[in-house]
Design a protein around this ligand. Structure first.
Ligand code: BG6
Length: 488
């Protein structure tokens, strides 16, 4: 018979009360949403900003770059957050946001990236943005580098392939910590740092086309980013002692396509390719499996003694994005390749997919949360999750809105799994949905791939008034936050 009331276990003579797992979000849980400068700000050349690599990616991160910014690049104007942020933050506050994740555009602060003095007008913009957040008591969560390396660094130095970027990035971080360190507690060093494996230009500002990039160059670039990230952590300890520094990983659990041990091993290898980034950030050194992989590839990293010391500056928390899971097979010919969120693998016959082919898997989020917590024992932060979908503006009760029950369904299903993971014992700081207000997509540069609770009137051809409208999900999320996740 099933016994459940007041059960206690005894170990030696001490009774240990058995805590009945209950799925609740902790008090002070940070609910909110996330954005990136290059996808929302627009104003790409205003107030002294230099071009970033995004300004020459009019078709999104999977596509080849152009030589110079072209007017068909929707990111140049974005959703004009640069000028409309007071209206936008007011909408987020209306939903009860506790936290807002945004990135600082590196080339607003250092237009070329290698100057010695920052651009004051760029710094002043983020002062104003922080003022606005403070007005509503919304905690900022700042990504220092979100796919927006200054273009000059890509062209002159080949991005992170060059060791010089470590010191340029460190100088940039110093300026940020000195200026905002007393008002920003949560910082992320690099958005989806592991994505450089797949989109070296967008993620690492690496100009050499992917097909010509050697593994030696790629892994050296990764090493430079990891050292830079650790140096940022060290700098924050010195300049902003109350700050909490996190790494940010693109999470995508990889299941074996079948129970075959070969598939299980292929899945393990795919997981390790991503785990490595967290392992270094949390443990402060390269794991053995990675050194073996490098040896197999014939890659010899240049690692100085100073680098080894720097890497020991480990993070306070681990943050990640989660949209989908994937499968791996030991037999390359087996299974169908799927479309995906930068990474991608073999498609899972048990899952359905979004219109862009991203396989929807709420349980995968619970799995990731458990895996990361078990592995790293660091507080976690889900800093991206959401459904990219086409929305239609309609009239309901005399107002223009979007009836996005599909988005609510997606988010609800994921949050139910988050709640389960919390009951599993995972320590989670917060949850920020991706693109809380519609923005330009990173992978395809479309406006029509929308994630927001707020609809922005702009089309893929660039037309539209940029007016903002509350979607049906707006009120749903407001209630979720007000009930601290009890009402999903
Ligand atoms: C993440 C990125 O990979 O996914 C974001 O950090 C991006 O910048 C998000 O926007 C969603 O991807 P997409 O391509 O649909 O915009």
């Amino acid at each position: 018979m099933h016994q459940e009331q007041n059960i206690t276990h005894t170990l030696n003579t001490q009774p240990i009360p058995m805590v009945k797992p209950h799925a609740e979000f902790p008090l002070g849980f940070l609910w909110g949403g996330a954005t990136a400068a290059n996808q929302c700000e627009g104003a790409w050349d205003k107030d002294g900003k230099g071009p970033s690599i995004q300004d020459v990616l009019p078709r999104g991160g999977f596509n080849p770059r152009t030589a110079t910014p072209t007017p068909d690049n929707l990111k140049l104007e974005g959703i004009d957050f640069y000028h409309r942020y007071p209206e936008d933050i007011a909408l987020l506050a209306e939903m009860g946001f506790k936290v807002f994740r945004f990135s600082i555009a590196w080339s607003r602060i250092f237009p070329h990236g290698d100057e010695t003095e920052p651009n004051e007008a760029g710094l002043a913009f983020y002062d104003r943005l922080l003022d606005e957040l403070e007005k509503y008591g919304i905690e900022p969560l700042v990504t220092i580098s979100h796919y927006e390396t200054p273009l000059h660094l890509a062209e002159k130095y080949n991005g992170w392939v060059s060791r010089k970027l470590i010191s340029f990035y460190e100088r940039y971080c110093r300026v940020l910590f000195e200026r905002y360190g007393h008002r920003v507690k949560y910082w992320l060093t690099f958005n989806e740092i592991n994505s450089v494996l797949h989109v070296p230009f967008m993620s690492g500002g690496i100009s050499t086309p992917k097909g010509q990039l050697t593994e030696q160059q790629l892994y050296q670039a990764i090493h430079h980013e990891l050292v830079a990230s650790a140096r940022a952590t060290r700098l924050a300890r010195e300049l902003a002692p109350d700050a909490r520094i996190g790494c940010m990983i693109l999470a995508m659990p990889t299941y074996p396509l079948t129970p075959s041990p070969d598939d299980a091993l292929a899945a393990l290898h795919a997981e390790q390719a991503n785990y490595m980034f967290g392992d270094v950030h949390v443990r402060g050194a390269y794991p053995g499996y990675f050194m073996r992989q490098l040896a197999d590839k014939g890659v010899q990293l240049e690692i100085t003694e100073q680098d080894r010391q720097d890497l020991k500056n480990t993070v306070d928390f681990v943050s990640f994005s989660y949209y989908m899971s994937t499968c791996a097979s030991g037999s390359p010919a087996r299974g169908e390749r799927e479309a995906g969120n930068v990474l991608g693998g073999v498609s899972n016959p048990h899952l359905s997919a979004s219109e862009w082919g991203w396989q929807i898997d709420p349980v995968g989020l619970r799995i990731v949360l458990n895996q990361y917590w078990d592995r790293w024992q660091k507080p976690l932060f889900i800093v991206e999750n959401g459904l990219g979908a086409r929305d239609e503006l309609v009239e309901a009760n005399g107002e223009l809105t979007v009836l996005d029950d599909y988005r609510i369904e997606y988010l609800r299903a994921h949050l139910l799994q988050v709640r389960e993971a919390i009951a599993d014992g995972v320590q989670l700081l917060g949850y920020t949905t991706w693109g809380c207000i519609d923005m330009i997509s990173a992978s395809t540069a479309q406006m029509s791939k929308r994630y927001g609770f707020v609809y922005v009137d702009r089309s893929d051809d660039g037309s539209g008034t940029l007016a903002r409208y509350r979607k049906m999900s707006f009120d749903w999320y407001r209630r979720v936050i007000a009930s601290n996740g009890a009402e999903l």
